[in-house]
Design a protein. Sequence first.
Length: 345
Amino acid sequence: MPESAPTAPVRRPGSDFTLLSKRIKAAGLLARRPGYYLTRTSLVLSGYVLAWAAFARVGDSWWNLATAAALAFVFGQVALLAHDVAHLQVFRRRATSARAGRLLGNLGIGMGYGWWQDKHSRHHANPNHEDLDPDVRPDILLWSAGQARRAQGWLPRLVGRRQAYLFFPLLALEGFNLHAAGLRSLADRTLRRRRTEALLLLGHLALYAGALFLTLPAGKAVAFLLVHQCLFGLYLGSVFAPNHKGMPLLAGKDRPDFLRRQVLTSRNVRGGRLTDLMLGGLNYQIEHHLFPQMPTPHLRRAQDIVRAYCRDARVPHAETGLLASYREALRSLHAAGEPLRHPDS
């Protein structure tokens, strides 16, 4: 897998995207869908309430671990809804979107909305750019052979050798990571509405811990927490992993025009309505990155227009099945760790 995407010369920067944007607008695909989001929000919040009601109803029983699994899926759906809110797909006004995002993220699932929105915005601006995209900066996982050769510390060097095998187990920790990152962000004085973020985030943690430890004995409460948070992290990580992992990386001055920057680093996932539901529409990652404010139900129709346009412009439009996308991501991770497995080669 190459470490950087080809940067073919573009005679008129931005012109390709302008022409595509006109076609998308002419098809009415940027129009808002309030009815869709009212229905989706109602279903997600109903599922949230029902899951917690089931938890209270089952009570002191190991059967509540099944509720933990169901609640992991519901938390994932809340996160996906917060994602659409952040992209102004649901509400026109940023202030309204931010308030809704904090309620869904901080209070609903314990995810620091302000921290996540800032991180996600930087990802959208420069996807898969090693220097500019926080999602591919080296941490425990290393995304390129160059990062592996420059890796510092024993943990990334140890994990990097076998990171393809450890990828999905590490995703199970993503729920805990989201909570920890949200709490750490509260120390950042530049965080907008920091007191509100703190109140809602700490409120979620207090209500969550209180519900578990007041309803269940300590052992069952800890088991519930582990099952719920690990499955939540695994689900959410599995939704985002197919989108860019294993696609070309950019570095340094590699910065193609907007159309190519978004398309060449993204991957679509084939599937039907079930795939749309499980991945929250992010299986149309290319179209989402080109038009982040496009309502989720329009992405399927937009895909046909974008695919045909890319074919005419000779821009690769990557699309694969879900399992194949995971194989590509794991293959790329394994290749990135090669310098750590064979440092002298």
